[in-house]
Write a protein that binds this ligand. Sequence first.
Ligand code: G3H
Ligand code: 13P
Ligand code: ZN
Length: 324
Amino acid sequence: MIVTTADLYKVAYEKFAIGAYNINNAEQTMGLFRGCIQSKAPFIIQISKGARKYTDKRMLEAIIRSAGEIFPEAIYAVHLDHGDEETCYDCIDSGFYSSVMIDASHAPFDENIAITKRVVDRAHAKGISVEAELGQLGGVEEDIVVAEGHACLTNPDEVVEFIQRTGCDSLAAAIGTSHGAYKFKGQQSLHFDVIEKIRDKVKAAGLPPTPIVMHGSSSVPKSEVERINAAGGKLDPSACGVNEDEYLPAAKLGVTKINIDTDGRLVWTRVHREYFRDKPQEFDFRPPGKIFMDEYATFIARKNEKLGSAGTLDEVRESLAVAV
Ligand code: G3H
Ligand code: 13P
Ligand code: ZN
């Protein structure tokens, strides 16, 4: 059942984080639904601009609708990941999305606010919530590349004004992560001080709780990188991501949506490289596709345990029933 992103946030805020997983095709979608059912977790399906172009945006919507019929017990929201203004309006008007992200974080503060406010006005008129970004992550987002030196953490002193002037419902904050497989050099941690300051300033200003969104949250397991390279891959062995044991402490401070894409891509790459290395005579894509769906479901279920969302489906169902 598709629910609003706001409903999921209400149950999870300061308790656990909802996994927001990007999808691009049917196999990923099947693995995602299976993994969330296995672990009894609510989830957010994320669709990027690139994913909407990969086959066709209508194809993804149809895949999600079908998955909803195959798994009627699933509870999830559908979200546009890293939208520009035009794509946000397209998703708002489609009536299919629970929430959109307007990513105008590359623009100066006032321009970011103006763009975000226009999207919020259009979205709220249709009951759709909006995630906005303040501060800049390092790494690659669609066609925007942010060099490591230019990534800047969210300034907690700007947060209250940003939320008040835009009316956004959740805040994508730069708290030390970046997109992709190469996030950290050596042993680094999330900036818990920044998360805490953001949460406290919002509370002190008397604003309603504003869930914080963590982008670039993949953990990039060493074992996955090693297996990919042992099967012919050439990933930089220094690839490194977020410590999964930091998800839950961050969630308790208000990080309510945790975005994961890269880790799922690593599962896909490992499964397919190992399959064709071990069976070089094969050319049917279904056998590795089946392995991938199983492995992806296992990966999702495990990730939900780390996020604290595993086992919360009944609580979410009850809270939705009360809300009706
Ligand atoms: O943050 C970006 C997400 O990982 C989506 O990636 O734009 O290549 O689909 P994509
Ligand atoms: P990762 O690259 O760490 O998986 O981050 C994904 C993301 O933030 C999608 O918006
Ligand atoms: Zn992102």
